[in-house]
Design a protein around this ligand. Structure first.
Ligand code: AHM
Ligand code: MG
Length: 333
């Protein structure tokens, strides 16, 4: 028997479109199916990462000067290839590429911009810890003259995102996305190769009992953060906290989304502007957090309101339930 509740991510997107955008052409769902295809390709490689010659780095550095892992390269190619063939993506931008990329064939009419971190937390692969893919989708005006700088299409504030999400390659593979109508989670059923709804309309608890931060940097955080963490530890919110830090943003956020609490990557001595990237890490995570009832700030400003200046710009990122976020805001004041 086929369960009546079986709903794939593709069906879910089509139903959402029918409900909220009856005029939609189906183009957007077709674009998202490019993302799920890439995610399945990456997932199958991540599963095999301990085998063959996939472990370790290529020996090259990316534009951030970080070591490139082989799976980073594969994930980047998979996304560029799957999205580049949709026919409606005009521009793509990736953590792994210095500048945005035109999809040459669709440059004049492609209505969408997709920005992604193909394999976030990739330094965790060699030790079998969860990694993820993060994506952000923006609209784009057609460019019949083929004259516009693609960077102009990319540099839009997070509040303009029309969809965002991530895939976490963990003990199971999950896709979590929003198009501005709540946050929905799907688990890959490896037997049939489809993402099936497992977490409909996720709400982030308004308070939790976990905080997530790289505590080895704590002495170099601006003082209000140190006092805030001290307040959590001393029970100021009326409960005791435990700490959890994986070092993969997708995995740390996924836990915060489901269990509540707070994730922080404040400015540090090594990263005075924060470490995480605005366009393909903070913006999509902030959109998801807000859609689930949580908050995301730089400590003092709403992430989604930041006017971006460059593709790879960094930002502090603090994201969590309303109670923790309000307490932090009071310390920042
Ligand atoms: P990456 O995109 O190069 O993998 O780096 C981003 C990662 C995030 O996933 C994670 O939140 C952060 O770096 C961890 O940084 P740190 O090791 O400094 O705590
Ligand atoms: Mg990353």
């Amino acid at each position: 028997m086929i369960p009546t509740t079986l709903l794939t991510v593709q069906q879910h997107i089509l139903e959402e479109q029918r409900r909220y955008h009856p005029e939609a052409t189906g183009e957007f769902s077709w674009l998202l199916s490019g993302l799920t295809l890439a995610a399945k390709m990456v997932e199958s490689r991540v599963r095999r990462a301990g085998l063959g010659d996939l472990l370790g780095s290529t020996g090259e550095s990316n534009v951030q000067g970080e070591t490139v892992q082989k799976l980073d390269v594969y994930a980047n190619h998979a996304l560029l290839w799957c999205l580049g063939k949709r026919g409606n993506v005009g521009v793509m931008a990736s953590e792994e590429n210095d500048s945005p990329i035109f999809v040459e064939r669709d440059r004049h009419h492609g209505r969408y911009v997709v920005i992604f971190d193909p394999l976030d937390g990739s330094s965790n692969i060699d030790v079998n810890v969860s990694v993820g893919t993060i994506f952000s989708i923006l609209r784009r005006e057609p460019d019949p003259e083929r004259k516009r700088d693609p960077l102009q299409d990319v540099l839009q504030p997070g509040v303009q995102q029309i969809a965002a999400g991530y895939v976490v390659y963990g003990s199971s593979c999950m896709l979590v996305y929003t198009t501005g109508n709540g946050v929905h989670g799907f688990t890959l059923d490896p037997d049939i190769g489809a993402f099936i709804i497992s977490h409909e309309n996720i709400r982030m608890p308004s308070a939790g009992s976990l905080y997530s931060v790289n505590e080895a940097n704590a002495n170099t955080f601006p003082e209000p953060y140190q006092r805030f963490l001290g307040a959590l530890r001393s029970g100021q919110l009326g409960r005791s906290y435990s700490s959890r830090y994986i070092g993969s943003l997708v995995a740390d956020f996924h836990r915060t989304l489901l269990k509540g609490g707070i994730f922080l990557y404040p400015p540090t001595r090594s990263y005075p502007q924060g470490k995480l990237r605005l366009m393909y890490e903070a913006n999509p995570i902030a959109f998801l957090a807000e859609q689930a009832g949580g908050k995301a700030t730089t400590g003092t400003r709403r992430i989604l309101d930041i006017e971006p200046e460059s593709l790879h710009q960094r930002t502090p990122l603090i994201v969590g339930g309303t109670e923790e976020m309000e307490l932090l805001a009071s310390y920042m004041r």
